[in-house]
Design a protein around this ligand. Sequence first.
Ligand SMILES: [Zn+2]
Length: 670
Amino acid sequence: MSPRSRIEQLRQEIRRADQLYYGEGQPELSDSEYDALFRELRDLEAEHPDLITPDSPTQRVGAPLSSGRDAVQGDHLAPMLSIESLTSADEVREFDSRARKHLDLPDGTALRYAVEPKFDGVSASLLYEDGALTRALSRGDGARGDDITASIRTIRDVPLHLEGPGPFPTRIEVRGEVLLGRTAFARLQQQLETTMETPFRNPRNLVAGSLKLLDPKIVARRRLEFICWGLGHVEGLSATTHTEQQARLAEFGFRIPEPRQEVDDVDGVLAFHRDVEATRDDAEYEMDGIVAKVNELDLQRRLGRRSRAPRWVLAFKFAPRRATTEVLAITAQVGRTGAITPVADLAPTELAGVTVRRATLHNWGLLRERDVREGDSVEIERAGDVIPEVVHVHTERRGKGSRQFEPPEECPACGSALETEGAFLYCLNLECPAQIKGRIVHMASRRALDIGRLGPKYVDQLLEAGLIAHPEDVFTLRERREEIQALDRWGERSYLRLAEELEKAMQPELARFLYALGIRHVGETTARDLAESFETLDALRTATIEQLQEVDGVGEEVANSIHNFFSIQGNLRFLEAARDAGLSIRSPKSAEGPLAGRVFCFTGGLASLSRDDAQRLVEERGAKTSKSITKKVTDVVLGENAGSKAEKAKKLELRTLDEAAFLALIGRAT
Ligand SMILES: [Zn+2]
């Protein structure tokens, strides 16, 4: 390949990666892979300067602007530059000697550096005017960024007004990294999985995705953090060194990087790199290297910048945790919430102290693009404690007869047809054996049916004991008292608590129940909107895609997902079984239906409906029900063998209905 076409190819790949990284929050290349492409391009351009074009990724700062439809943008007062990324001690020494030469320092004079970890998060620039936070921008292309003020304001580490007695700088741009700790990430990952949203690959993806959310309430729940590493534009703050600036920022109430240090020379930079790299696995935040800044601000100014990066700051990356191994097989794995992902079974290999046997291929689009095949020799990489991923295929070592891997057409666990959504595949069957635990845990979660006793451990136990085989078995657990009480860690009290929680859970509000179903894209808010529009599960179940889309916030994707959900036999079986078990869903507008204001009392048996169903039907139409005849009762439904309540109704001169009249009233003629 000619240098010209290789350069073009590299530029295209880098642009595409930028788009995914900054535009969609789900990058496909690992960082070191990206860096490798970038370095190759930079080196090639250095060899062939005539091929450099102004639009080459090496010639600009940062990344393209996000094309998010609702993004409002703003200008950075001072550009947000990139940092030169180095990977060897030699390169760091070279950087240092270049800088000393540029400053014309006498031989033997060392440059002092401020060193700190390079956190792997999302950069942001916060503008404070007279002490008050007035705007926050993402990095964007370095000159302009997206306005993320609403999201940033939800981060607790971000002071809305600078702390301390003042006076405060007239205008400063505080720059830092939005991060999510590993513990918080693990917890959120679990939550997002149970709400069936696409899980994020790593904390940085999650942060990037969160900052794009337009609803600050959701962002607030994600508990993002902010650590500030520097300043952009400065008016009215005097300092002579970076360290001094950091100290002022700490006084203003910001968190500044830990560990950090001031070192006497380039050897100090290298030593700090060694120390921090040795502890990276235990650190709460993902970091991919260290940053060293010439500490004196005056020297920084004198050093200035080249087109893309300042001459006074460097990033010394940590070694990527990579290894080469062989793909023994590719399998489709059903996640506990129905996402079906390709996984590579690998020839066991050592990687940063861990034996790795599997790597994720993330999704079918990525598998197709990287074209990973069984028998391939591949590079895998592990970031933090995340599952390793396949980052490169040695296609040149591939033997004849290797075949591209095709995604499955049906669920490998239950055989259901799969829903395709872009690069993702999902099994939506509630009765899928691979998902039963995840489905039940989600169904029982606090915002769904709120059955506290059915946490993951106990669900496991009930599954093992054979007391649950399908999700609907949850609704009949009350009938298994003896067996449950005989289990380890269960006794009478635990059983009674479960029974009590179940009783409440049997009469959920429609919105909660919809959320509990775990329909893809139907989170709590959508569930509430749907419940308010359709009022009954039957109405929702039989709605057309067009009718679904009439609900605020329900687009084509969501409507399709709901429609597909109700077309799966296993799901309909579940709903029927749940009703048979006595589940009675409450309508959200119980005061606004056609029967609003009326109170029904049932007596005797109905031939065509169970008592529970009859109650549910009137409740869904806005009426209330009463177990006994009181003064509030307006209607008494008389079934067979009605007995004493019929007498009482007559005495109180209440309206009475027989079964046929009742069915006519609720629109269910026989
Ligand atoms: Zn399945």
